[in-house]
Design a protein around this ligand. Structure first.
Ligand code: THU
Length: 162
């Protein structure tokens, strides 16, 4: 028996002011769009903003449904919109933010759910270049992860199907 270790480093910023300017702008877009989410069941409003290599920004919000499995997370709405509007254009960065409308708080970063990590990974592998992930609430510290792979150790991918 031997042991392996999977760990990763990420950057922590105190506020949007200390982030690189492009990341700060993208996070502000995610924060703004989160307010437009359709989340009447959870009252958890999520916004995602993609910066594409062609300079365009595409946003998405969570879209809930009375039949909950039919609902969609903000990240996957943004990814689908980006790939539909600009097919084949690589994603440089995704910023994700949220507002908890039940507790009126948004103080720490939102970490994407497992399904969204898998979806993000599909796009990263497909474009063969890293997608940076910027995570922040409406306030509080901001985390920057330099590639999606880091968020999904021992990931499953299409190579297993070949
Ligand atoms: N949600 C997202 O949009 N992204 C995530 O990464 C986590 C969860 C949404 C799904 C649902 O509408 C609400 O937040 C509560 O789970």
């Amino acid at each position: 028996m031997k042991k392996e270790n999977a760990s990763f480093e990420y950057e922590v910023f105190d506020s949007v002011d200390s982030l690189p300017a492009a990341d700060g702008l993208l996070l502000e877009k995610a924060r703004a769009v989160a307010r437009k989410a359709y989340a009447p069941y959870s009252n958890f409003f999520v916004g995602a903003a993609l910066l594409l290599q062609n300079g365009q920004t595409v946003t998405g919000t969570n879209q809930e449904n009375a039949a909950s499995p039919a609902g969609l997370c903000a990240e996957r709405v943004a990814l689908s919109a980006g790939a539909s509007l600009y097919p084949g254009v690589p994603i440089l960065t995704i910023a994700i933010s949220y507002f908890n409308n039940k507790t009126n708080t948004s103080l720490s970063p939102l970490s994407p759910c497992g399904i969204c990590r898998q979806s993000l990974l599909e796009y990263e592998l497909r474009q063969q270049q890293p997608i940076r992930v910027v995570l922040g609430g409406m306030e509080g510290e901001i985390w920057v992860i330099n590639e999606v792979k880091m968020l999904l150790p021992l990931f499953f991918s299409g190579t297993a199907l070949m």
